[in-house]
Design a protein around this ligand. Structure first.
Ligand code: B12
Ligand code: SF4
Length: 491
């Protein structure tokens, strides 16, 4: 399994355990020799991949999120095919799942796995290891949820197999942590633990019942939310905490509170043995007993606010209102739970006035909750498989028609046609949103020994500008633009 770089790979900040590779590998490790190469943490990944290829592996599996990760995934594929063209390359992950046919069109890719790898990996390996081409194809046709290339003479066609539902999370084995060097992924500044800490991520549920039009989850999960039982979730998390001597856990479930009773039960079992953070909707946080959750160890929540404009909230079908958001923020303010808010901007048809409604809401949230932070204002990018994607195409967005074409999506996608006339304002908000709360970058900048007082000064400076809706392209925007281009290659 190869986990490609993503283009935004900062240790202790964005480099998380490769849960995709570990989850897929969990089904075969111990039974087959399994190796995980994580390009983000292994500077000699190419050498190590070549070493593995000399052992004639059954296949090389590669994960993909839409965006820069595709470029690095293809780099790995090229190493495989140059070393031994006979070794099959299997692509999986969000992007491959959303656009399987187009992904398979790439000449470096032999098979695409659609959806969760755990349910097909054993059959897939069983098929790919057959030396006889005819038998291999017979078995591939019997493997659910894949699409593969079948060659007949000079002709080549794509064969798509039957769809099989979703994995039963309670039946999946524990992750084979021994396949990675865990030290590469332990976060020591994730602020979940509030102080000295060692944190790792965990996922107890998949899918989401909501319908946000910018998010690919409704398409991937068919709005079905599935989970491990509270007891099993706790048992596995606790095992991980004890094995690695952690004091905090970052739950990456997309909707931790989809079933509040189960979520509260997990918290109750944790019972403040370690701190934990979750991603949750504001409406869900409005329904739970936050004081109780705090006592059990909940220390950070990361809701997506997205916009301060009611019209935009309706356009993206967030199914939350500004007044509800403000009310829950006040409820959070009565606890010590840190709220890290995410905003989005640059939606098609969004006006400057609506953009200002978002920055105003962000300021109000910070003002009314001393524990509120801004994760940032991210620029909307039309992701395949989302409802807004079609809307974006109708509004002039041109769709990449090759796998490589999707690699241009970066973390700050500034190419959409409808933002071009307000690019300076968008860039200014994007960069200054990291500084406006005066504390968000504390962890990241502490290694640069930047004094806290300076960060606070930046905060009050930009808050004043935001209050006056002054997003003009000043020298600082240019400077930050230069820094992100130079260090991350972002355009
Ligand atoms: C953690 C996380 C991150 C982390 C880092 C990821 C890491 N591994 O270190 C960071 C912070 C860097 C990040 C960044 C971003 N992320 Co993110 N992230 C996640 C999150 C919360 C968890 C990812 C994860 O580990 N999932 C668990 C694994 C088990 O699931 P999985 O990856 O889908 O893998 C399964 C299958 O896909 C398949 N599979 C995967 N690989 C393979 C390989 C083979 C061979 C096979 C057979 C099967 C297979 O089997 C796996 C097991 O079932 C997900 C949401 C979620 N809960 O999944 C979003 C998510 C992946 N992120 C998303 C987005 C949009 C982003 C950003 C663009 C956000 C932004 N604007 O900044 C950036 C940039 C990403 C990029 N393209 O470069 C989207 C993906 C959209 C897309 N089309 O790719 C998701 C789905 C959230 C969402 N609902 O919108 N992210
Ligand atoms: S944005 Fe969050 S709440 Fe909305 S569909 Fe996606 S995962 Fe669910």
């Amino acid at each position: 399994m190869v986990y490609p770089r993503t283009g935004y790979d900062i240790k202790n900040v964005s480099v998380d355990m490769p849960l995709a590779s570990l989850s897929v590998a969990s089904m075969v490790s111990g039974k087959r020799e399994t190796k995980i190469i994580d390009m983000r943490v292994d500077s000699e990944w190419e050498k190590h991949l070549r070493q593995e290829l000399r052992k004639e592996p059954v296949a090389v599996g590669i994960s993909s999120m839409t965006g820069t990760q595709i470029k690095f995934g293809l780099d790995a594929c090229r190493v495989v095919k140059n070393a031994d063209a006979q070794v099959p390359t299997v692509w999986g992950g969000i992007h491959a799942t959303l656009l399987p046919e187009q992904t398979l069109q790439n000449e470096l890719i032999d098979v695409v796995a659609i959806g969760e790898g755990e349910i097909i990996i054993k059959d897939l390996m069983g098929a790919l290891e057959k030396p006889n081409e005819k038998r291999k194809n017979e078995l591939l046709k019997k493997t659910n949820n894949i699409i593969f290339k079948q060659k007949k003479g000079k002709e080549e066609r794509q064969v798509r197999t039957k769809s099989a539902g979703f994995a039963d999370l309670d039946k999946l084995p524990a992750l084979p942590y021994d396949l990675v060097d865990i030290e590469n992924y332990i976060h020591t500044k994730s602020m979940v633990g509030k102080g000295t800490e060692k944190a790792l991520p965990f996922i107890t549920s998949r899918g989401c019942p909501y319908r946000c039009t910018f998010c690919c989850n409704p398409r991937l999960s068919l709005r079905r939310w599935r989970c491990m039982s509270a007891e099993r979730s706790y048992a596995l998390v606790n095992e991980m905490v004890e094995q690695f001597d952690l004091d905090a856990v970052i739950f990456h479930d997309e909707n931790f509170f989809a079933n509040p009773t189960r979520a509260e039960k997990i918290a109750e079992l944790i019972n403040n043995k370690f701190n934990f953070s979750i991603q949750a909707r504001m409406d869900a946080l409005g329904r739970v007993d936050l004081q109780k959750m705090e006592r059990y160890g909940l220390s950070v929540v990361q809701p997506g606010i997205e916009s301060g404009s009611e019209r935009i909230l309706q356009l993206i079908k967030k199914d939350e209102s500004v007044s509800e958001i403000l009310k829950v923020n006040k409820k959070l303010a009565k606890t010590n739970i840190v709220s890290v808010y995410n905003f989005m901007m640059g939606f098609p048809t969004e006006t400057n006035h609506e953009l200002a409604e978002s920055t105003d809401l962000a300021l109000k949230l910070i003002r009314e909750n001393p524990n509120a932070e801004l994760s940032g204002f991210y620029v909307f990018a039309p992701y395949p498989g989302t409802e807004l994607f079609d809307f974006a195409v109708a509004n002039g967005f041109s769709v990449p028609n090759t796998l490589e074409g999707w690699a241009i999506y970066s973390r700050q996608h500034l190419q959409t046609p409808w933002i071009q006339d307000k690019l300076d304002v968008i860039k200014n908000i994007m960069y200054t949103s990291k500084l406006v709360d005066g504390k968000r970058l504390e962890g990241m900048l502490s290694s640069l020994h930047m004094p806290r007082s300076l960060l606070k000064k930046f905060g009050s400076h930009y808050r004043k500008r935001w209050e006056n809706h002054d997003f003009s392209n000043k020298i600082d925007t240019k400077l930050m633009n230069f820094i992100t281009r130079t260090y991350f290659g972002w355009e």
